[in-house]
Design a protein around this ligand. Structure first.
Ligand SMILES: Cc1cc2nc3c(=O)[nH]c(=O)nc-3n(C[C@H](O)[C@H](O)[C@H](O)COP(=O)(O)O)c2cc1C
Length: 330
């Protein structure tokens, strides 16, 4: 049975890998992931805010010592709250790389195409096999049009492609009017992979304190459907590899992501819940399912439920929407 796949140009024995998270904080955990059969690992992110704070004492151009910005900056963690500072992060990449054989993907997390991106070279020099760029942003400025944000994304990727030799994956939000076109633009900018999608940690409101109450909940399979839809739409239509992140809780979820068109399946919540050994359960689940369906190669699985062969995917999506509404019976 052949479960090998290719992601960012790496040949992986199977598609299941660890996504960016605290699983990357400690060398021992990364080694445990490798021992458990994880195909690759994305380390936790180094944040733009950490780099600009360490380099110039500022966060988003604001000086934390200036009282004028105290309110705006009060919500950011202080430098010591992050598991690793920028230089330590580079040393960590290097140590991890020396200790494991699986591809090690560094992660930068920010929103602008500015000087902090120079740090990507340091991560590359530290030995990272690839870089995942997480462009998490909630655009709250009501005067900024979507096209401006799209240009910004594309510029960051072009800039990074100019300076880096290692492959770049871009981890994105689905909240664009035309996500497919954003994917196409990133393809044109040279992105080697698209990672779909960021989860938005939307704070709830505590009615006792009447204040927002942010907390990280681990995901469930319910979050997968949005990802399946966009994997299915993009499979075969863009050149970058496609990875899913968000809502892969069981092997069935992993199989669905592959059927929709994923080249790689990233997991975080499931590994935090069940531990690294869950990777081999995922692989085993996939193999058993392939055997049951008499499928011998992953190529026969990947994208089988995508819209690649659909002449008019928009009409298909619209038809599904109407049919779903009409199928309701009380
Ligand atoms: C505790 C925790 C820490 C995370 N840290 C990062 C991070 O540093 N960088 C990043 O890009 N994503 C981070 N994520 C998001 C995950 O990489 C992933 O995209 C998300 O959890 C959805 O995948 P899942 O459903 O498999 O958990 C984090 C998630 C969790 C739960």
């Amino acid at each position: 049975m052949e479960t090998a796949t290719s992601y960012l140009g790496f040949r992986l024995p199977h598609p299941f890998m660890a996504g960016a998270s605290p699983l990357g904080w400690h060398l021992d955990t990364v080694k445990r992931l490798e021992d458990a059969g994880c195909a690759a690992v994305v380390l936790h992110s180094l944040f733009e805010e950490q780099v600009t704070l360490a380099a110039g004492g500022r966060i988003r151009h604001m000086d934390p010592l200036n009282e004028e910005f105290a309110g705006a900056l009060a919500h950011f963690p202080s430098a010591g709250d992050y598991p690793l500072g920028p230089d330590e992060y580079a040393r960590h990449v290097s140590r991890v790389k020396q200790a494991v054989k699986i591809p090690v993907i560094g992660s930068l997390n920010g929103t602008t195409a500015q000087s902090w991106l120079a740090f990507s070279r340091i991560i590359e020099q530290a030995g990272a096999d690839a870089l995942e760029l997480n462009l998490y942003e909630v655009v709250t400025d009501v005067t900024v049009p979507g096209s401006h944000i799209e240009h910004q994304l594309v510029d960051v990727v072009k800039e990074l492609k100019r300076v880096l030799k290692i492959p770049i994956a871009v981890k994105l939000s689905p909240f664009f009017a035309a996500f497919g076109n954003v994917a196409k633009q990133l393809d044109g900018a040279g992105a080697d992979g698209l990672v779909m999608f960021n989860r938005f940690y939307q704070p709830d409101i505590d009615i006792k304190t009447m204040r927002p109450s942010p907390k990280v909940e681990l995901s469930t399979s319910a979050e997968l459907l949005l990802r399946l839809r966009w994997l299915a739409i993009l499979h075969g239509r863009v050149r970058p590899s496609l990875a899913v992140t968000g809502g892969v809780a069981t092997w069935d979820d992993g199989i669905k992501a592959l059927l929709a068109g994923a080249d790689a399946v990233q997991m975080v919540s499931a590994l935090l819940r069940h531990g690294p050994a869950y990777v081999s359960a995922m692989r085993h689940g996939l193999e058993q399912w392939m055997e049951w369906h008499k499928l011998t190669r992953l190529d026969e699985v990947r994208g089988r439920a995508s819209l690649k062969q659909t002449a008019d995917p928009a009409a298909f999506e619209r038809a599904n929407y109407i049919r779903a509404l009409q199928s309701w019976r009380s």
